[in-house]
Write a protein that binds this ligand. Structure first.
Ligand code: ZN
Length: 270
């Protein structure tokens, strides 16, 4: 599943091909996504110039001279740059063809993603209740400390709550807690400010290094074999149950928190 770093890497990868270009034609071969694509989306976008591509949580926002398209990649979605003559493969559901002979193609086998249009992103229902961006200056230990007061939930569930902070999926939650030395079961209200400060740094580092790792795959956004180009990165705990901890060599443990599998080192995380 594309997580925040993959979405950000996608944004950086497609940006140079697309910003400043006009959308000549929109081809929609399948409208049934998480939400049905609105009937007049083609009309809303054709002839418009793409001014910028922004990211909020795991949404990509394509601002045009009038309105914005919002894309979410869901469980299995990917975007890539094509030549406008390239025939579609299976699950290539949407193309934005541009005025430079290129295009942007949305591929999504499971169709849990979405493509929406709005006149005003700031008031769109998707964004109203979202927490802060983890890589922004708003995400600090002061903020976490304030939100954590009186909460009695495991810290892992807390940092995965999009009303608190967006875009920290299961993999990155486990990895960040490992690097911060915090047991994922620890009750949020019991964590000191100092430990929150370490956790904030650790979350930012884990996400930033994943984005950096993804940077080496940027060329994959323009290729023809349909591989989404997601990247593997070096994981310390996630998916490593029973394997030796990279720091202390003891076995990595696995438990379930909030119905999500959680990996940690009992020795390194308290
Ligand atoms: Zn360890």
């Amino acid at each position: 599943m594309p997580e925040l770093p993959e979405v950000e890497t996608t944004r950086l990868g497609i940006l140079p091909w697309i910003v400043g270009k006009k959308i000549k034609k929109v081809i929609i071969r399948e409208r049934q996504f998480r939400w049905k694509i609105q009937d007049d989306l083609e009309k809303k976008l054709e002839g418009k110039k793409i001014q910028s591509i922004k990211r909020r949580a795991k949404y990509l926002i394509f601002d045009t001279d009038y309105g914005s398209a919002i894309i979410h990649l869901g469980m299995s979605g990917s975007l890539r740059i094509i030549k406008d003559t390239e025939p579609p493969n299976k699950h290539d559901h949407v193309d934005f063809l541009l005025n430079n002979g290129m295009g942007l193609r949305l591929h999504d086998p499971r169709r849990f993603g979405s493509l929406l249009w709005t006149k005003d992103v700031s008031s769109h229902f998707l964004f109203l209740k979202l927490g802060v961006e983890p890589l922004s200056e708003d995400f600090t230990e002061t903020y976490l400390n304030l939100k954590a007061k009186k909460r009695r939930i495991p810290i892992k569930q807390f940092i995965m709550n999009a009303h608190i902070v967006v875009g920290i999926g299961n993999i990155y939650a486990s990895e960040s807690l490992f690097h911060a030395g915090i047991n994922p079961k620890t009750q949020t209200g019991c964590i000191s400010r100092k430990r929150f400060s370490i956790l904030v740094k650790s979350i930012k580092n884990v996400l930033e290094s994943a984005i950096k790792a993804g940077g080496t795959t940027l060329r994959n956004y323009y290729k023809t074999d349909g591989d989404p180009g997601y990247f593997k990165q070096y994981l310390y705990v996630y998916g490593r149950k029973g394997k030796p901890c990279h720091i202390c060599k003891r076995k990595i443990s696995s438990i379930t928190i909030g119905q999500r599998s959680t990996f940690y080192c009992k020795n390194c995380q308290h």
